[in-house]
Design a protein around this ligand. Structure first.
Ligand SMILES: [Zn+2]
Length: 628
């Protein structure tokens, strides 16, 4: 009865899988062949080895699960080198190169493909020759800027001295945090970095475009842009430095200075810290947004690792979209001062229109997060975060502090709140907020809605709920022709197991194909994937080992590849027995289904042929049983 229990077992949490959007993202630019070529040129085990130690094991490699929501002492994370897939037997996460980059490094699919192509030194396909020349130059410049930034980062790290170190220590940062975030120091002179760049043969023009050097106003030559500052490298999720933030050490203005925008860096699109924090954000399904570098570092060090910082700028819609790819649950943590309050208010419509669920936390006594932690400790902050009210209600409360309930005040507040309501993507949420608002200003909801409708029509073509078109962002219509992930989560266990077994050995796949089982499969997703496997395998049998990895980008539950757990059983005989059991189960279910179908039809339309067929089907079933 071992097999029975095997079929009945499915211990797997549902992974957060926002996939349709991701898969469309792949196909909108790169051909499937290109994506496959890039995947084949990279090694999953190398990539994962960068974040967790893998040791050779029977079926590939084993290590501790690298995902932050699954701390463990004994390794249960397995990587199959031949199949290029991973699976954690502890938490159930599984997938291939692309899902790993998504879940660990928070990369979109397109970004992942470009990242992997770059790793394997594969050139990106060009759309048309003229465009190609321009793109080529652009790409080259970007690479050069990243190289210049890398030299600058190394230089700043070597320049750390007593003074900068003791400043950071006074702000409560540990050596570990300083190292994790790669902090450094830009010395006082005017040409320290300049000379370091020259030594590494970095073009000064490139360094100028990168914002590292400035042209002298008088005479010729360049000088260092950052001087006497503690330096915070701003990194992509993939680790490359795209810009810097610098905090002045002595007194002076500006207190914080960022790299100017460049071909690789845009303040309005970039969130600080994501290279270290994205995996925590995904794992905890919540993000804390703060305003500055130091706030982020203080929180991270205190154990709040699901955090990002805007670069001292206001939150933008692009920031909100980037956050929305990781989680919907947002805590906006702003300084308790007036500008902090205003920033929180301004971020509200942006967060709502990106369909996020923002809560707001304004710290008491004008403390910033860094000071708060020093004064009151992490536990107290954790409680504040748990108690944080909806940002909408908080903003509303602030707007109604002086509220006395006059008619003009009511009209004024309704006007002020209208854009917020129109930004809300979730209609259920909108109704709930409307109820709150209605109570707060003592105007009934129907009246408020009428007021909104009239304001809208009197302001003409104003259609505020339309989403802003973001450059580089593809409108939904164009995405709709992309592929949608095949749903396997609801598939019957026997069929999931059959799929897994088919991918485990050629002999088994051949056997399944010979049995004509595909016609009998009940679940359309499994059927679809099997048909694809059959076609691919027949055309290119040498690709057998790649099949598992190839299907993981097409299905909603890559764990299916590990449905049969090899870590406990290494017994080929047992595996063959499980396969036979699956086949039998599928045949029996299909027969039952056919009989039931025929019965229902006979009720409506009793024919002689139908009756005979039913008798025949039942006989076949009995014969099947007799054979067993
Ligand atoms: Zn795990």
């Amino acid at each position: 009865m071992r097999n029975q229990s095997r079929l009945g077992r499915r211990p797997r949490p549902e992974p957060p899988w926002a996939a349709t959007e991701i898969i469309c993202d792949i196909y909108m630019r790169y051909s499937e062949e290109f994506v496959q070529r890039v995947l084949e040129a990279n090694n999953l085990q190398d990539l994962i080895s960068e974040v967790t130690r893998l040791k050779p094991a029977r079926q590939g490699f084993m290590g501790r699960c690298p995902f932050p929501d699954h701390p463990e002492k004994t390794p249960s994370f397995s990587v199959s080198e031949s199949k290029q897939v991973y699976h954690c037997f502890g938490c159930g996460k599984s997938g291939n190169l692309l899902t790993f980059l998504r879940d660990y490094h928070a990369m979109g699919f397109r970004q992942s493909v470009e990242f992997l192509a770059d790793r394997a030194r594969i050139e990106l396909p060009k759309s048309d020759p003229e465009q190609a020349a321009v793109e080529d130059q652009g790409q080259q410049l970007k690479r050069k800027i990243l190289a210049a930034n890398a030299v600058a980062r190394d230089f700043f790290v070597t320049q750390m001295n007593e003074r900068s170190r003791s400043y950071l220590q006074a702000r409560g940062l540990t050596e570990a945090t300083i190292a994790t975030f790669g902090l450094g120091f830009a010395p006082e002179g005017w040409d320290g970095l300049h000379r370091a760049l020259e030594r590494k043969q970095i073009s000064l023009a490139v360094a100028e475009t990168a914002g590292l050097l400035r042209q002298r106003r008088e005479g010729t030559g360049h000088y260092d842009f950052f001087r006497d500052r503690v330096m915070f490298p701003i990194r992509r999720v993939s680790g490359e430095v795209i810009g810097f933030g610098g905090r002045i050490l002595a007194t002076g203005e500006p207190k914080y200075l960022n790299s100017p925008d460049s071909p690789v860096f845009s303040k309005g699109h970039t969130l600080y810290g994501l290279d270290q924090t994205a995996r925590f954000i995904r794992a905890e399904d919540q993000v804390i947004i703060v305003e500055g570098y130091m706030d982020l570092l203080a929180l991270f060090q205190a154990g709040f690792k699901n955090v990002v910082a805007t670069l001292g700028t206001a939150l933008t819609f692009e920031h909100a979209l980037a956050i929305g790819r990781m989680t919907k649950n947002v805590i906006v943590l702003f300084d308790g001062d007036q500008p902090g309050q205003e920033a929180a208010e301004k971020s509200l419509p942006l967060l709502l229109s990106a369909a996020l669920r923002p809560r707001g936390l304004v710290l008491p006594e004008n403390l910033d997060p860094d000071e708060y932690l020093l004064a009151r400790g992490a536990e107290s902050l954790r409680e504040e975060i748990q108690r944080a009210p909806d940002l909408f209600n908080q903003v509303l409360l602030h707007w109604t502090l002086q509220y006395r309930g006059t008619t003009t005040e009511k009209a004024g507040l309704m006007e002020k709140c209208q854009p917020l309501f129109e930004a809300m993507k979730d209609s259920r949420l909108r109704e709930l907020y409307l109820a709150d608002f209605s109570q707060r200003i003592q105007v009934n909801a129907a009246q408020i809605k009428r007021f909104f409708a009239e304001t809208r029509s009197s302001s003409g073509s104003h259609r505020p709920t339309e989403r802003k078109q973001i450059p580089g962002q593809v409108p939904p219509e164009e995405r709709s022709d992309g592929e949608v992930l095949v749903n396997l989560k609801q598939a019957p266990k026997a069929e999931r197991l059959l799929l897994c077994l088919a991918l485990r050995s050629r002999v088994q796949l051949d056997f399944i194909l010979q049995q004509n089982l595909l016609e009998l499969l009940f679940h359309s997703g499994i059927k679809q994937i099997f048909q694809w496997i059959r076609d691919t395998y027949r055309q290119e049998p040498e690709k057998f080992d790649k099949l598992a990895s190839l299907i993981t980008t097409r299905i909603d539950d890559p764990g299916v590849v590990f449905e049969f757990d090899p870590s406990n059983d290494d017994n080929e005989e047992l595996e063959a027995e499980v396969l036979r059991d699956c086949v039998r189960r599928i045949q029996t279910d299909a027969a039952k289904f056919a009989i039931e179908n025929l019965r229902q039809n006979l009720k409506i339309n009793p024919t002689r042929e139908g009756m005979e067929k039913l008798v025949q089907l039942q006989k076949d079933r009995l014969n099947e049983y007799a054979k067993r």
